[in-house]
Design a protein around this ligand. Structure first.
Ligand code: ADP
Ligand code: ZN
Ligand code: MG
Length: 468
């Protein structure tokens, strides 16, 4: 049996978060009404001249530095010529031939994926396909993009998943992009080939139209199997660009791949060579801050939480910042992380609020946690307070006003427990016959009548004492 091996390299396009487009002053907003954020430059009128957006260069340099690239002191713009209705000029301006950064690295688990280069270029417009016709929206035309190209270092579909996830995390941390794949802010195009172990690499095929990182993994897995199947049948694999079909979960051939010569690259005559001064690089280095991997290591040591909890916290900068902010006052790792990850995240999810828009301030949350820590309120009450404290005064006052202090006195609770049991004689006898699951029902009823104020531990103890 011959053993096959897969080789994967990934090209990722990322929209940069700038106010305006790369070569004109149109707002870089693609969600507005179609063809409203356009001007003669980004519509490709003859005689117009591009003017480079400095902020885009800064963000590209920041990304290159964060990915461990060497930043070149000059970059050159070229024209990549091709015809497509969403590209009014007939060429794309790109620095792909003389990129901004080179030779970077991303570590995934115990392996390193080399980044060949990162270059700055402009986005194309968008085609909107209708039943009998296609329309062009140029709002996106001229958006600043960076393209990040890896060496063919990835071997498994899962590694591609981890790579893309890590890359997205870094880009969001350093604030260069929202990098939301569903919105097309991050587009991931893997190249895949297969060969018999020990022999030279095979011919690669590229997959486009992958709309989530999960689909990247699925698409690669499908393509590897398909190529192995073809090779086993004695077929040759030809260079091609494939489209991922999300519904049927297969790849379909879109076009035979152009070779690089087809693009007739030449230097862009309307833009000078881009010089990247040392001061700009220094300035961007300072903007990077703590990167996710370093933060994971530090937080693991500092808080002694489980790795899986640290992973969730660090995966989103806003979440990790919030946790660390709350911790300064609450000073209780277990309560703080548990409450944020379960109760607060649950509360926000129910309302469809992104963590970045969390309405509950760090001060208020640490006050709630201190109230729990000091045994003044139960976790249930704390959870129920969340919807109310975003508008009104301090949690402490609210607890007083609404009389939400924890009930712990055994005497007081005993009469409440007895009351509940008297109300549910059927359940009690079924419980005594062995339906032990009803225990939770009784606890729940006590919680309901006390509006969550009863100390669940005491309630459990009393229930056991009374009904055995
Ligand atoms: P081109 O010059 O045609 O643009 P590149 O050499 O730039 O091709 O490679 C584009 C992408 O394909 C890179 O991410 C690279 O790592 C990947 N790649 C190159 N060779 C292979 C291969 N044999 N199998 C899979 N991916 C490959
Ligand atoms: Zn414009
Ligand atoms: Mg290339």
């Amino acid at each position: 049996m011959q053993e096959y091996e897969a080789i994967i390299g990934i090209e990722i396009h990322v929209q940069l978060r700038t106010n305006t487009k790369l070569f004109c002053s149109c707002p870089a907003v693609y969600t507005d009404e179609v063809n409203t954020n356009v001007c003669p430059i980004c519509q490709g009128f003859p005689g117009t001249l591009p003017v480079l957006n400095e902020q885009a260069v800064k963000l590209a340099v920041r990304a290159a530095l964060a990915l461990g690239c060497k930043v070149n002191s000059t970059a050159t713009f070229s024209r990549k010529n091709y015809f497509y209705p969403d590209l009014p000029k007939g060429y794309q301006i790109t620095t792909c031939e003389h990129p901004i950064g080179e030779n970077g690295i991303i570590n995934i688990d115990n392996r390193s994926i080399r980044i060949r280069q990162i270059h700055l270029e402009e986005d194309s417009g968008k085609l909107i396909h209708m039943k009998d016709e296609s329309l062009v929206d140029l709002n996106r035309a001229g958006f600043p993009l960076i393209e990040i190209v890896t060496e063919p270092d990835i071997r498994e579909p899962k590694e591609a998943y981890i790579y893309a996830t890590k890359l997205r995390e870094i880009l969001r941390y350093i604030g260069v992009s929202n990098a939301d794949m569903e919105k097309g802010e991050l587009r991931c195009e893997p190249n895949i080939s297969v060969h018999i172990k020990g022999e030279p690499f095979g011919t690669r095929r590229e997959i486009k139209n992958l709309n989530s990182i999960k689909q990247v993994e699925e698409g690669i897995r499908y393509e590897i199997e398909r190529q192995i199947y073809m090779l086993k049948k004695g077929k040759t694999i030809r260079r091609a660009t494939l489209l991922w079909d999300e519904k049927s979960k297969i790849t379909k051939e879109m076009r035979r791949k152009e070779t690089e010569e087809d693009y007739r690259y030449f230097d862009e005559p309307d833009l000078p060579v881009l010089c990247i001064p040392h001061s700009l690089i220094k300035e961007q280095e300072k903007q990077i801050g703590e990167l996710p991997d370093d933060r994971r290591d530090r937080m693991l040591k500092q808080y002694g939480l489980e790795k899986k909890d640290i992973d969730i916290l660090v995966s989103r900068k806003a979440l990790a910042d919030y946790f660390e902010g709350v911790m300064k006052n609450s000073n209780n790792v277990k309560l703080t992380s548990g409450f944020i990850l379960v109760e607060l995240v649950g509360f926000l999810n129910e309302r469809g609020i992104k963590f970045e828009n969390n309405p509950i301030s760090q001060d208020k949350l640490s006050e709630i946690i201190c109230l729990m820590k000091d045994g003044i309120i139960t976790r249930t009450v704390a959870r129920n307070l969340l919807p109310r404290i975003s508008e009104r005064g301090s949690p402490k006052q609210l607890v007083k006003q609404l009389g939400l202090e924890k009930i712990e006195g055994e005497k007081e609770l005993e009469s409440i427990v007895k009351n509940i049991l008297n109300k549910h004689p059927d359940e009690v006898s079924r419980y005594k016959e062995g339906k032990s699951g009803l225990f939770g029902f009784f606890v729940g009823e006590v919680m309901k009548t006390t509006r969550g104020k009863a100390n669940p531990k005491v309630v459990g103890k009393l229930l056991k004492k009374i009904i055995g």
